[in-house]
Design a protein. Structure first.
Length: 143
């Protein structure tokens, strides 16, 4: 669900979180909002470079870590030796990860909420969050 050309100022979101609305922070939020897959820090850094937003890789790491600490983004690991990030506000979804080409696709039609309720009822365990990724071969790599 790419939002090509869609963006907004993000200043209010950052203000609510008591973060200064710098060009780099706003550009990172634009990029995360426009992509339909979680992004790694190098991809975010390259995006900022192309947009001529002044930020080195260490600054990008600091910004994304601050966003994650504040609950604006969430960190995801796909067993590839790096973390990826996406906006926390995106609808509940999970990921299909191709082990061959690395393609990542969102999947939102999982029935996880009923599983969480079942866990809470049967195990008396209050689920606060979860992470679910499926690894395998995409339709192109199966050919």
């Amino acid at each position: 669900m790419k939002h090509i050309g869609f963006s907004h100022d993000h200043s209010e979101e950052l203000k609510v979180l008591e973060l200064k609305a710098t060009p780099a922070r706003k550009a990172i939020l634009d990029f995360l909002e426009s992509e339909d897959r979680p992004l790694d820090v190098v991809s975010i850094f390259e995006y900022l470079k192309k947009r001529k937003v002044n930020a080195d890789i260490a600054t990008v790491f600091r910004i994304i870590n601050k966003f994650t600490d504040k609950g604006l983004t969430k960190k995801i690991e796909f067993k590839e030796g790096k973390f990826r990030y996406e906006l926390f506000a995106k609808d509940e979804h999970h990921h299909l990860v191709c082990n061959n080409c690395g393609n990542i696709e969102d999947i939102s039609d999982c029935n996880i909420s009923s599983l969480e309720k079942d866990i809470e009822k049967k195990k008396k365990f209050k689920v606060r969050s979860h992470s679910l990724e499926f690894f395998g071969l995409c339709k192109d790599c199966q050919r």
